[in-house]
Design a protein around this ligand. Structure first.
Ligand code: RP5
Length: 180
């Protein structure tokens, strides 16, 4: 991955949308996850939700992962999106060390089509929830984070409702184009 596409380690608000601090922590186990995880960043930027992006590895930087998870709430983060591939322990381990909602994104790697990532993330023990999206479903992770924050933000809620009306309109237009 070249420097232009590589995410900075915990770079605040790469979209430049934040007048205050980031509300979503978007982390991933490796910079090689960024091509998948970028869709979450795009969704957050579309809704003007401030976020931070960084690489936090459960296996290669375990202490950094625990520090990140333990400190996120105090820094004003409301939701953590964590993506990882293969033996994808990052979302679950982060969930064990923070009271915040964690959304896990199974990143598909070269082998096993992401099934390994999915199963590593989705089968959490009782008491430690991770909201797992589909394999490669980073955009939905971003949209789910928006919805969670929108529960306490009427402006954001109205934006999400407009987004949903737009989705409906797109389907109706496709139907009209195909209908015989
Ligand atoms: C996981 O290992 C990462 O989330 C990534 O999906 C995978 C491979 O990492 P790299 O070897 O590409 O750094 O922890």
């Amino acid at each position: 991955m070249d420097d232009a596409t590589r995410p900075d380690p915990i770079a605040p608000d790469p979209a430049g949308t934040s007048p205050s601090g980031p509300r979503v922590g978007l982390i991933m186990g490796s910079d090689s996850d960024w091509p998948t995880m970028e869709a979450a960043a795009e969704a957050l930027a579309e809704f003007e939700v401030p976020f931070e992006v960084g690489v936090v590895s459960a296996h290669r930087t375990p202490q950094r992962m625990l520090d990140y998870a333990a400190g996120a709430a105090d820094r004003g983060i409301s939701v953590i999106i964590a993506g990882a591939g293969g033996a994808a322990h990052l979302p679950g381990m982060v969930a064990s060390a923070t009271p915040l909602p964690v959304i896990g994104v199974p990143v598909p790697l070269k082998y096993l089509d992401g099934m390994d990532s999915l199963l590593s993330i989705v089968q959490m023990p009782a008491g430690v929830p991770v909201a797992t999206v589909s394999i490669g479903g980073a955009r939905n992770a971003g949209l789910l984070a928006v919805r969670i924050i929108a529960t306490a933000d009427p402006v954001l809620l109205a934006r999400m409702q407009a987004f949903q009306r737009n989705l409906e309109q797109m389907v109706l237009e496709k139907d009209a184009a195909l209908r015989r």
